[in-house]
Design a binder for this molecule. Sequence first.
Ligand SMILES: [Zn+2]
Length: 277
Amino acid sequence: MIDTHCHIDDPVYAPELDVFISRQQAAGVSAIMVPGVTAGSCESVVSVCCRYPRYLFPALGLHPEEVRSDYEQQLAVIKHSVDELMQVRSEEDKPHIVAIGEVGLDYHFSTEFKAEQHDAFRAQLGWAAELDLPVMVHSRDATEDTYNIIKECSAVCEKSYGRPLRGVMHCFSGSYETAMMYVAIGWKLGIGGVITFKNSKLSTNLCPPDGRSAVPLSSLVLETDAPYMTPVPYRGQTNESRYMSYVAERIAQAYGVSYDDVITTTTATANALFIEK
Ligand SMILES: [Zn+2]
């Protein structure tokens, strides 16, 4: 199984990183994607991914909650790192950049920098278009604007490069309708610990009990958002990629398929989106 979103550069993992990595490998985690959130964090993402070049895969971007008045300087620094990684992308012993992310819109705590968030999001979707990279999108309390900006930038991408933008809605917990909107444009949904939470409606949103067809299993990828979003039964503890087995179990239950089907399908989707290209 592939963890498509894990903040393994978080200091909580630093003291025992080798042990942590071996534990994930032993549990069948075949790759981990590590998104950046600021210019500074992108630097630590690259350095941690340098240590495990074909196991940890970096994604670089400016997180919407980190967008402030200095966002243009931050973007310039991050773009420089993106360009550097693109140059060494085919070298076996160098970090292989798999995406632009995490980027998007977040109005949850503040809309003070809303215009700047839009600007930063558009700029980074432009990088993804130019470099033919997928995008890891974070959207909180901003469903409509996020979708509209993706659609708008994807149309520009299509016009300039003859292909739409592709990507994943990270930590998806939206409605059936929102899920299907993204499925319709070929985007994937990152499913993590939320689906195991007692009050979560996510599994019925993915597989409505009323006869509407389920969100295709082939549109889902697994993720942790570690160290956060730890699934039941480890909720409250530091998350680990191997705990995605509880997420996969819950998806299998909802779809009425085997655990192995979920692992095979989500791994193939994550590979096709991020690694094979
Ligand atoms: Zn994240």
